[in-house]
Design a protein around this ligand. Structure first.
Ligand SMILES: C[S@@+](CC[C@H](N)C(=O)[O-])C[C@H]1O[C@@H](n2cnc3c(N)ncnc32)[C@H](O)[C@@H]1O
Length: 386
C-alpha cells in the first residue's frame, strides 16, 4: 500500500456546501458526512434511507440444531408471519412482524387490518338499539383481530428455534467454510451476545469445539443465555481479551473476528450514533482491531481461514486493517467472497492491494442489510513473513 504511514490515523476531509447541507438536514456531525461522501456509494440515498426508515428489513436464522428451516417456516406462517427466502439457506426475511400495523384475523386466517362495523358502532349511532348477547359473542369470535407477537416473544423463539439477526451476519458465518467434525476447532474472538457463535455451532452440528471470547463481563450473561437457548453444547466461553488468546496455546481451523467497532453501519437502528461518535473513537477502535487481527491470525492453523467483519463503513476499520495484516504476514491471503459490493481499492491518497476488491461491503440502501464489511483471509502453508 502506498502512503503506509497514513493508515495510522483516521482520514478527515474538508467540508463543503453539500456536506454542510446534508449534515444539517440529516443531523449528523459534518466530519462524518464529508467522510461518507468519500466511501459510501450514493451516500445521500443512505442518509434518506436512515431518515425515513421506510424499508427496514428484519431477518431470522433457523437453528438447525433444533428444527429444520422448512418446519420453522411452516410454524411461523401458521402464526401469521410472512417469510421470504434469502441468499443464506437458513436465514429468512420476516416481511411482517410484531409491530402495531400488522394484525391477523384469527378466524379467517386472512390478514386484513380493516375492521368492520360492530354492535358497539351501532350502539353509538343508535343508543336505543337492542343488541343480543349472542350477537356480541359472534362478533367477538368473528372479528377478533390479534396483533402478531413480537419476534422475540414467540414460543419458537423461546425454544431456540431461531435467532433474530441481520442477513449480513448470516453471510459472514456462511463464508467460514465450516466442516462438522470432532476435531474441528473454531475461535470466536468477540462473541457476545452470541449471534455468530450459535450460528457456528449449528454449522458444526454441535461437533468439534468453539472457544468464544468476550472481555466485557456485562455482556457475558446474554452470550451464555443464547448458547443455552439455542442448545449449543460444544462451546467454551472465556472472559478474556482475545488479544491474549495465544497465551492459552490453542490453534484453530477457523477464526472469526467480528470486531468491536464504531458501528457506523447500524446508525439506522441507533440514531444517537449520528452525533455521539468521535474521531477518537475511530482511532481507538482501529488500534484495537489491529491488535486483535494479529492475535487471531497467529492463532490460526496453517491452511486455516479467518473471517474479519465489522458493522462499520469506515476504511480505517475495514480495508486498512486487512492491509495492515497482509503487510505484516506474507502468508495472509485475501480470498474471494460471494455477496456484497467490492471492498475499496483506494481511499483518499491510499492505494490498497489490488485484491482488496475481494473483500465485501454491504450497504443498507443497496443490499437491504445493516452496513457491514467482510474479509476472508487464508493462512497459507508458507512460513510467516513477519
Ligand atoms: C460486534 S460485538 C460482537 C457481536 C457477536 N459476534 C454476535 O454476532 O453476536 C463485539 C464484542 O466484542 C467485545 N469485545 C471488545 N473488545 C474485546 C476484546 N479485546 N476481546 C474480546 N471481546 C471484546 C465487546 O464487548 C462486544 O461484545
Amino acid at each position: 500500500m502506498s502512503n503506509s504511514g497514513s493508515y495510522n490515523n483516521p482520514v478527515l476531509f474538508p467540508g463543503n456546501e453539500y456536506s454542510r447541507m446534508l449534515s444539517e438536514k440529516y443531523h449528523y456531525k459534518e466530519w462524518m458526512i464529508s467522510r461518507f461522501l468519500n466511501y459510501i456509494p450514493d451516500a445521500e440515498d443512505l442518509l434518506k434511507y436512515v431518515d425515513t426508515k421506510s424499508n427496514l428489513h428484519t431477518y431470522i436464522r433457523a437453528n438447525t440444531l433444533k428444527i429444520d428451516p422448512n418446519s420453522l417456516k411452516v410454524r411461523l406462517l401458521e402464526k401469521g408471519f410472512k417469510l421470504k427466502n434469502t441468499i443464506v439457506d437458513e436465514v429468512f426475511e420476516v416481511i411482517n412482524h410484531g409491530s402495531d400495523q400488522f394484525t391477523k384475523k384469527v378466524t379467517s386466517g386472512v390478514s386484513t387490518g380493516v375492521s368492520s362495523s360492530s354492535s358497539m358502532d351501532s350502539l353509538i349511532r343508535n343508543p336505543s338499539a337492542r343488541i343480543s348477547s349472542n350477537q356480541i359473542k359472534e362478533e367477538q369470535s368473528n372479528s377478533k383481530e390479534r396483533k402478531l407477537p413480537s419476534l422475540g416473544s414467540t414460543f419458537e423463539y423461546l425454544k431456540g428455534y431461531y435467532y433474530i439477526q441481520d442477513l449480513s451476519s448470516g453471510v459472514a458465518v456462511s463464508e467460514m467454510d465450516i466442516h462438522p467434525s470432532d476435531d474441528f476447532h473454531v475461535l470466536d474472538m468477540a462473541a457476545a451476545p452470541g449471534g455468530k457463535t450459535t450460528h457456528i455451532a449449528q454449522k458444526l452440528n454441535n461437533l468439534g469445539k468453539i472457544v468464544a471470547c468476550e472481555s466485557n463481563p456485562n455482556r457475558l450473561p446474554s452470550l451464555v443465555f443464547n448458547l443455552s437457548r439455542m442448545g449449543v453444547k460444544n462451546t467454551l466461553v472465556l472472559k478474556i481479551k482475545s488479544e491474549d488468546i495465544m497465551q492459552l496455546g490453542f490453534r484453530f481451523d477457523r477464526v472469526l473476528l467480528d470486531a468491536p467497532c464504531t458501528c457506523e453501519g447500524i446508525i439506522l437502528k441507533d440514531e444517537s450514533r449520528k452525533r455521539s461518535r468521535t474521531i477518537r473513537d475511530l482511532n481507538i477502535c482501529s488500534n484495537r482491531q489491529k491488535r486483535m487481527i494479529l492475535a487471531g491470525f497467529e492463532a490460526l492453523k496453517p491452511g486455516g481461514i479467518m473471517i474479519y467483519s465489522t458493522c462499520s463503513f469506515a476504511p480505517e476499520e475495514n480495508e486498512m486493517i486487512i492491509q495492515f495484516l497482509i503487510d505484516k504476514f506474507k502468508n495472509a491471503q485475501i480470498e474471494p467472497l460471494n455477496y456484497g459490493s467490492s471492498g475499496l481499492t483506494t481511499f483518499n491518497d491510499i492505494i490498497f492491494s489490488s485484491n482488496m476488491n475481494q473483500t465485501r461491503r454491504f450497504y443498507p440502501h443497496l443490499h437491504d442489510t445493516n452496513g457491514f464489511f467482510i474479509a476472508k483471509i487464508r493462512k497459507s502453508t508458507e512460513p510467516d513473513g513477519v
